[in-house]
Design a protein around this ligand. Sequence first.
Ligand code: PGA
Length: 248
Amino acid sequence: MRKKLVAGNWKMHGSLAENAALLAAIKPALTGIEAAVCVPFPYLGQAQAALAGSSITWGAQNVSEQAKGAFTGEVSTSMLLDFGCKYVIVGHSERRSLYGESDALVASKYLAAQAAGLTPILCVGESLDERESGVTETVVARQLDAVIRVAGVASLAKAVVAYEPVWAIGTGKTATPEQAQAVHAYIRGKVATLDAGVAAQLIIQYGGSVKAANAAELMAQPDIDGGLIGGASLVADEFIAICRAAAK
Ligand code: PGA
């Protein structure tokens, strides 16, 4: 059976003091439950120190596709490894829309992350306009194909996919469990046409206004294998409850 994975995406939130309190609260509460937090770069060392030896792993929210060199402001895969990262989010819709990351750039980041031994959490998802014009599957397929083209379908055995409808991110407007399940099933089906074994094992997280109150119904869907949690991952009780709902 596939395992479930809940990952927090802290985005550009937190401070040394706030993070210390959050990490101290979630660590003992999630003993034995596999979960992850993707924190801002400056706090990777703090996450590593606080979480080493626990069942919670950590990672980053972005990475450079370049190995090293004159790339001011960028952070490489080997730097993430220096801080014990396991995961890195690539292709989050905020990076695609606010920072102009193309499908091709996202694919390069995915490739670089995997080559370094990091597990990419590849985000895909449609905007409200796209959903309303009925092209959700086309958009998600295009985003996935960009990665499969350069990295191959077998690479998905060492990746996580996060389906995050853009209209549900940070809006309080969650996809219904049925809406989410339909896209998750589409993604798994699409991968299955290329490699059924990889599809069966692929962790597909749902992201977009997941909270303690709606986590159980979402996690109960057959093709939803956990969540990528923004706002609610900053509130210890919320994050703990979501991780527990997924682990049931
Ligand atoms: P949200 O964000 O849970 O605050 O909607 C999810 C995400 O962007 O990963």
